[in-house]
Structures are given as C-alpha cells and as structure tokens.
Design a protein around this ligand. Sequence first.
Ligand code: MSP
Length: 581
Amino acid sequence: MRVRPLNNIARLISRCAENPRAHWISPGWTLSPSRYSTSAVEKPYYVTSPIFYVNAAPHIGHLYTLVVTDVLKRYHASKGRKAILCTGTDEHGMKIQQAAQKADQDVRTFCNENSKSFDNLAKRAEIQYDHFIRTSEPDHRFAVQHFWIMLKERGYIYTSKHEGWYSVSDEAFYPQSGIHLALDPSTGRKFMASRETGKEVEWSSEVNYHFRLSSMRDRLLQHYKDNPDFVQPSMRMQDVVRYVEAGLSDLSVSRPVERLSWGIPVPDDPSQTIYVWLDALINYLTKANYPFQIPGQEHAAGWPADVHVIGKDIVRFHCVYWPAFLLALDLPLPKQIMTHSHWTLGREKMSKSTGNVVNPFFALDRFGSDTMRYYLIHDGRAKDDSSYDNKYIIDRYKRLQGSLGNLVTRVTRGRGWDVRRAVAYGQLDDSIDGKKHVEVLKELPVMVDHCMAQLQPDRALKKVIEVVNQTNQYMQQASPWTLASPTDQHGRPKPVPPIVDLPKLDPIIYLCAESIRICAILLQPVMPGRMKHVLDLMGVREERRMFRDAGIGTDNEFGVPMVEVGKGRTGVVFPQLRSEF
Ligand code: MSP
C-alpha cells in the first residue's frame, strides 16, 4: 500500500468544524505524527474504563468495570505515582439516535440526561476519576477529525460500496458467514441475527469510507508476538491472535448522513458521519491531549495508556481495531488491555437491551459503597462469568465482619493492653508462631504487588483477607488476654488475676496491630471509606498510608486512636447491615 506524503493537513484541520483548539495548532508538530518522542516529563499511570452507551440506565456490569479501574488507579497512586483515570459516555451512533427517537426526545437532551446518571454512579461509588469524557463535546470532535485526517493523508482510508449486515445494538457490521436466521421464542418472529451476539441485524448497501484493516494484519501479529501480555487474561490474547491470523477484511468507518446524522461529520465530506466505534475509541486519546501539539509533553497526560479495562464483548474493537488505527498513525499502543467477564442474573448476561439488570444505585444505597466495591472485586472474574445475588453480598460482608471487623475490635478494644505502648516498645513476638506470622506479613505486599501487576485485583484482595484470617488465628493461639487482663473475655473478674507480663504481652499486641495496619493500607484501594476508619482507629497518620508504609516496622508512631473507639452500630468498622434489621 502506498503511504501518501503528509500534505494539506493544516488546511484540513483548520477546516474541522468547531475546532476548539485551532488557535494553538502548531502545523509543524501536527504534520509529523512520527515525531512522538520519549520525553523527560514522567508519564503518569493512565487507566481507562470503557465509555458507556447512554441509550439506557447504568447497571451492575458498568459499576464493576468502574470499580476495577478505580482500584487500579488508587493502587498506583498509593505507590506514589501520579495516576489518571478516564471514564465517560459514548453518545453518538444509530443506537443512541434511535433510543432518543423512541423516547421522543431531542437527542442532545437525551444524552445530557443519561450521561448524568453515569456520572452520578461514578460519584456514588467513589470512583476517583480525573476525566469524564462525553463524545459529544467539541474537544473530542476535534481529536476524532484530526485522527481521521491523518489516516486519510496516510492513505488508510478510501471510499467504496459496502454491502453487509449491520447490528444497531452492537454498532457493528457482520459478514454473511456471521449471521443466521433466529427466532424470538416469545413472539414467534423470525429475524436475521449475529451469530456472535444474537443481536438483530439489518441489510445495508451503501457507499462509505473504509479503513485498510486488511493491510494491518502482519503488524498486529508482530505486536502480539512482541507483547504477549498485551491482552489479559492470556486465553483472550490467544483468541485475538487466532482471529487476526485468519485474515482481516477492511472496515467500514463511516455511514451516510441520511442514515446516521448523530455523530461526527467526516472532515471535508458532510455527506458522511464517522463510524461510532472509531469515534469512541479515540476518547482515550482525547483526554491524553491528542494530537500532542506541545513538543516534549507527549506523555504528560498519560499516553500511552497503561491499561484499558473492558468487558469481554468488546475485545475485537479494543484488541484489533484500536491497535490497528494507532499503528497506522505510528502512535504508541496502550500497554495492556484487561478484559473481564460478565455479571449474570439468573444465568443470563445482565444487559440493558434485555432489561435483565440490577440497578446499581439501589444496591449502593442498600449495602453502601465499600461493601459493593468489595463484593464486586471479590466475586468478579476475568475468565468466567459471575452470578450476582444479594445473598452473596451479605455472605461476603458477614465474613468481613467476622474476620477484619472482629480483629480490629479485639485489638482496639482489648482490656488490659495499650496498642500505643506496644508499638512504642517495638518488639515483635519471637515465638515460633510469631516469627511465622512476621514472615507472612513481610511477604504480603510483595504478593499484592505481584497480583496487581498481573491485573488480578481479586487475587490481591484475597491474599490480604487470608492474612487477616491468619492474624485472627495467631491471636487466638497467642491469647494475649491470658497475659494481661484481670478479667476474662466476658469482662468477669478472674478468680486469680494474672500478673501482667508486659514483655510477653506487648510483642503479641504489636504484631496484631502491625497486621491490621498493613492489611488496612493494602485494602484501601478496594474499601477506601472503611479502611480510613480502621487506620484512624489505629492512629496511623494520613501521610503514612502509602504502599511503601505497608512494611513491618515502617511506622513506629501509630497506636493512639484518632477517632472514638466506637460502640454500637455506627462506631464499628463493619456494623450490622441495615437490611438485617
Ligand atoms: N460504548 C461501548 C464502549 C466503548 S469504549 C471505547 C460499550 N458500552 S456499554 O455501555 O455497552 O458497555 C460498557 C462496558 O460495560 C463494557 O466493557 C461492557 O463489557 C460492560 N458490561 C456490559 N454488561 C456487562 C455485564 N453484564 N457484566 C460486566 N460488564 C458488562 O460497549
């Protein structure tokens, strides 16, 4: 394929409708995409969630994806790195256009309202996002049109007649081999549907623009070979490789404006609207300051993304089309794509198009944000689908009450010892059990770091909970109350009060307190609110709650509670669930 020289770019860009950045375009820089250089500015960690279609209200699947990205962001921030999280809404395309028509609403008003509910969800779940992009915003339109012009100038886009099956629900074309005749059992209606997704397709025959995806096969395969961890988990990487090896057809990347008017117009051709997936994928670049017009600042806003988190239904778009578009422009590719499975309800995929969904706001109101975050990370899976059920949420919560809640209560409210004194004394229990437990604690941050590097927050979480359970067992065996208290566990005076053996008692309490401190620091990305409470109870200063502080003996100043060691429902870390009353 002939790659055309880069000419006319500045002229075309300045013609992009509503170009909000036209006044600071540096033609020299825009003319040379290959000048994307390594720069001295430290690249922040950059994680993205998919942007959500606004054709219906959010559900638990969306909340899950958001929580995963937020856990990754908070984790990397806790390691002292600037971390950026980008989420938002996908507002163009036939699907949205039709949904607005059906709702009898002006499409912009429709998007404004529905976008707000995703933003509210993110806020309600304490997602610390840095950008909430809306693809209907002018900045994004500029980035997409710029990207298009670059593809065109490089000879990757051409016009031709396209005939095929289009699914509005999937916003995707399918070849003849990808469709079959399906039957709706409830109505007896027969229709043509995608074999892959089961969604209805309609025949379309039109002239539109195509992207030379077929020419990218070898470069894509080379990239997968050089970066075997590009897609996580590895089984999906293998699927992607097989898909590309089988050969790629060119991709239709625009629709005639008579069919699709709600979208970004093709630059210099208002008769065509840019395909919604090309438009949507570029969102990741828009907020990273594409087209990188300030030399030396190319990485400053995070590009290349460290990880795109996506559900398994949108793998082809992210792992084949997206890298192909970027490779065509010699732009750096995202480092990794983390794919996850779906949440099901009654064995069916939760999906807004079928209405089989759980309202995440109700769940957050009922169980609280930290409990939901914990449940979703604990039960969410990369490979297999997870079944959503309130009874599992309650079960996971009760286990937390019995493990971490119980441990914190035992240590902070224990009679006959003083956590601060034990910390100041600074000696760890050197009995066999004590030494074993110290080793477990030393190993924990290493394991957590390993799991997080492998993009397995569920495993990281379970490792910490395992150590919490081991701490409870250790404490039970060491029985500090037999060494300290003039009363028994129930507060009744012992017949013969023991002589308090501080040199033996304090090292046990210190080890238990260290366990809580370290576990709570490591659990912060998943349960920021509850872990703040635990760390406040343990008297750990705000600035000593980073990942580097999760080492044994790194903080000898904690131990004086910063909040009242509470009683009753509100004063404890994991109070009874409201729904249990
Ligand atoms: N707009 C596209 C994404 C464009 S990204 C450039 C889209 N939107 S979506 O609203 O349909 O889905 C958003 C995310 O939610 C996707 O990652 C999808 O996989 C995920 N989920 C949708 N249903 C889900 C479950 N039932 N369970 C888990 N995640 C699911 O696709």
